[in-house]
Design a protein around this ligand. Structure first.
Ligand code: PLP
Length: 441
C-alpha cells in the first residue's frame, strides 16, 4: 500500500505546501507544467499569462536562453564549491556586477539563499556592526506594521503581518514597530500618495522611549509588497533616512521585491533617491530560477569588521550555499539579460501605460482602492462580510481558469508581471480580469 502511494505520480499527500490551504488545493489542484517568456502552461494544456512573475521573481520572463545556458554550463563545469575559506570566480564576479548597479556607496555583497536569509543576515550584521564599533548596547531592531521580511525568526519579529507571527511564540525580544502607511485618504492614488510622511516621525517617539543608544537598525520595505502593495507616502522615506542618520541607527531597505527593475530602476533606493545603509535582495537576482539572495552593505559597515588581526574570521555567519557556483552563474546571466534587453528602462517606459490600465478597473464591482508604481499594481476589494479573503481568492481561481495568474493577499489582488510584458498583454490582462470582477459581483 505504502509502495503504491510512493509510485503514484499524482499523489499529492506528501508535499506539505507552503503558505497554501493544503486540503483545499489538493481537492482541486492548479498545476503548472511548463513556462516560456510571459506564459505558463497548465497541466490541462492552457496558456496562462503570468501576471506575478512567478512569485515576484521572474523579472525577465521564463526560460530565458542566456540564463538556462549559464546554469547548464556551470553545472557541467563545477557543480559546487564551498565559500568558507575557499573561493570560485563566479561569486566574486556576481558581487562586482551587483555593486555596479547598486546605489553609490553600496560596495559589498554577502550571499544568502533567499529573502528570509538576507533579512536575518542584515539584522545580524547590523547588531554586530555596532558591537564592532564599540556600541554593543545597540541591539534593538525596528520594523513596521504590515511589513513582510520573510519567515525566519528575525524576519517575522520585525515583520508586521499578524498571521505570520502569532503562531510562533515570543519571537525575538527587543523589537518595536513603526505604524504602517496605509491611509484611507490616499485611496485611488496613482503612484506615491500625498498623505502620511509624518508617520515616519513615529521613529522619534520610539527613539525617545528606548534611547537611541539601544537601537541598531530600522528595516522597511521601501514599497511594501506582500502585504498588498503599500506605497511610501511622498517624503516618508526621506524622513526615515534623516531620523535614522541623526540617531546613528542603520536603515535597511528590504528590496527583495523592489530590486531588479520592478519600479523602473535597479533598486527602489534609486527610484526614490534615498540610500539606506544595507539592502536585502533575492528573487529577481537569479530571475527566480535558482534560490539565491544577497545583502548589500556600505563600505563603512563592511570596513568596521576589518580591523582585527587578518587571520581571524571577521563575521561568524554564512551558509553552505552562500555564493553557490550555479546560482552565481544564473545571477551573472540574469543581470546580463536585464542589461542587454534594457528591462529596467522598459519597466519605467511601460509604467504610465500600466498605471492607466490598472486604474481603468476602478468602477468595477467591489473595488475600493487601486495602487500602482513601476510595473506593480494592486486592486483592493471590499471583503465579503464575515468571510475575509474569500472574494479575492474566488477571483484568483476564476482568473486562473480564464488564463491569467494573479496573486491575492487578504482581499487584495497584487500584480507584478515580468518586465517583458507587452501592451497587448496588459490589455488582455485587464480585459480578462475586468470580466472576472464583473462576473463575480
Ligand atoms: C520584502 C520581502 N522580504 C523577504 C521575503 C522573503 O523571501 P523568501 O521567500 O525568498 O525567503 C519576501 C518574499 O516575498 C519579501 O517580499
Amino acid at each position: 500500500m505504502a509502495l503504491d502511494r510512493k509510485l503514484a505520480p499524482n499523489d499529492l499527500r506528501a508535499f506539505w505546501m507552503p503558505f497554501t490551504a493544503n486540503r483545499q488545493f489538493k481537492s482541486a489542484p492548479r498545476m503548472l507544467v511548463a513556462a516560456k517568456d510571459m506564459y505558463y502552461t497548465s497541466a490541462d494544456g492552457r496558456q496562462v499569462l503570468d501576471v506575478t512573475a512567478g512569485l515576484w521573481c521572474c523579472n525577465a520572463g521564463h526560460c530565458r536562453p542566456k540564463i538556462t545556458e549559464a546554469i547548464q554550463q556551470q553545472a557541467a563545469e563545477m557543480d559546487y564549491a564551498p565559500a568558507f575559506q575557499m573561493g570560485h570566480p563566479a561569486a566574486f564576479e556576481l558581487a562586482n556586477r551587483l555593486v555596479d548597479i547598486a546605489p553609490d556607496g553600496m560596495d559589498h555583497v554577502f550571499f544568502t539563499n533567499s529573502g528570509s536569509e538576507s533579512v536575518d543576515t542584515a539584522l545580524k550584521i547590523a547588531i554586530a556592526y555596532h558591537r564592532a564599533r564599540g556600541e554593543g548596547t545597540r541591539t534593538r531592531l525596528i520594523g513596521r506594521e504590515r511589513g513582510y521580511h520573510g519567515v525566519g525568526f528575525g524576519g517575522i519579529s520585525v515583520g508586521g503581518i499578524v498571521n505570520n507571527r502569532k503562531f510562533f511564540g515570543s519571537l525575538l525580544n527587543g523589537v518595536d514597530h513603526l505604524p504602517h502607511t496605509h491611509l484611507p485618504e490616499n485611496a485611488m492614488t496613482k503612484g506615491q500618495p500625498e498623505h502620511g510622511a509624518n508617520l515616519a516621525d513615529e521613529l522619534e517617539r520610539i527613539v525617545a522611549l528606548h534611547g537611541a543608544e539601544t537601537i541598531a537598525a530600522v528595516i522597511v520595505e521601501p514599497m511594501a509588497g506582500s502585504t498588498g502593495v503599500l506605497l511610501p507616502p511622498k517624503g516618508y522615506l526621506e524622513k526615515l533616512r534623516a531620523i535614522t542618520k541623526k540617531h546613528g541607527i542603520l536603515l535597511i531597505f528590504d528590496e527583495v521585491i523592489t530590486g531588479f527593475g520592478r519600479l523602473g530602476s535597479a533598486f527602489a533606493a534609486q527610484h526614490f533617491g534615498v540610500t539606506p545603509d544595507m539592502m536585502t535582495t533575492a528573487k529577481g537576482l537569479t530571475n527566480g530560477v535558482i534560490p539565491m539572495g544577497a545583502v548589500l552593505a556600505t563600505a563603512e559597515i563592511h570596513d568596521a569588521f576589518m580591523s582585527g588581526p587578518p587571520n581571524v574570521i571577521e563575521l561568524f555567519h554564512g551558509y553552505t550555499y552562500s555564493g553557490n557556483p550555479i546560482a552565481s552563474a544564473a545571477g551573472i546571466a540574469t543581470l546580463a539579460t536585464y542589461r542587454e534587453e534594457g528591462l529596467f528602462e522598459r519597466a519605467a517606459e511601460l509604467a504610465p501605460y500600466w498605471e492607466q490600465a490598472i486604474h481603468s478597473l476602478k468602477d468595477h464591482p467591489h473595488v475600493i482602492d487601486i495602487r500602482n508604481m513601476g510595473l506593480i499594481g494592486a486592486v483592493e476589494l471590499e471583503p465579503i462580510e464575515g468571510q475575509p479573503t474569500k472574494r479575492a481568492f474566488d477571483i484568483f481561481v476564476k482568473a486562473f481558469e480564464a488564463g491569467i495568474m494573479i496573486r491575492t493577499t487578504g482581499d487584495i489582488i497584487a500584480m507584478s508581471p515580468p518586465l517583458i510584458i507587452s501592451k497587448a498583454q496588459i490589455d488582455d490582462l485587464i480585459g480578462k480580469l475586468g470580466d472576472v470582477l464583473k462576473a463575480a459581483a
